[in-house]
Design a protein around this ligand. Sequence first.
Ligand SMILES: [Zn+2]
Length: 238
Amino acid sequence: MILFLPKDIWENKQGAPFGETPYPLKVGYHTGQDFHTTPVGKIPVIAPCNGYLTTFPFSKSAGWWGYFKFNHNGEIYSLKILHMYKQMKDGEYKAEDVFGYCGATGLSITKKYGSSFIGESHEEQTSDKAVGHLHVELHKGEFKHETNQVKELADERIIDPIINFEKWVNEMLSKNTASPAVSEKQEGPIQQSKTVDFKEQKEIRQKEEKPSNLQSKTDNSVWVKIVEMLREWLKVKK
Ligand SMILES: [Zn+2]
């Protein structure tokens, strides 16, 4: 299991989170996680493991979209991806294959222009009205269209992609470290050899961005150093 976006996008470009309440959607909350993914057409969405991608015709709200069905630890999940740059291809994908590139197709909300429907052309996707982003949802089980319309179904079937993927990647990494003899083929190649503490990194970033009033200047400089060290560490790993 690997992340479905490049690590710098995953770590630093998260937008509207899963579950956020003020989002104007039928089930009353944001059913996915958004990532800022500019420039459009350049940020790949990657198969996190082996599975099957099903795509749909162009939609005014979802743009180019589809869902990737995969099996993890004996459970079926569907990863829904929206607003892609171009039409993707249905079929089997192996871990690390590229589904396509993030775009700005479908429903776009900008402060200046309100809601707009963005078409397929590069010009439209890079206009002021477009917001280049990936909206991604993680559904338990087979994908069902009505899940996004009915609150009870959404509550039951849609889970947080960030929390779950970070948990899965870390479980995989610690398993590989503990018993390297276990087949790596089944889950795709893992480059990292150490558990990645996404939570700790996120907390450190938040502290760096919004230092609390109680923190002294000395505390801040320690955090800045830790963040620098983590950044260096991440660079080395790439
Ligand atoms: Zn979204």
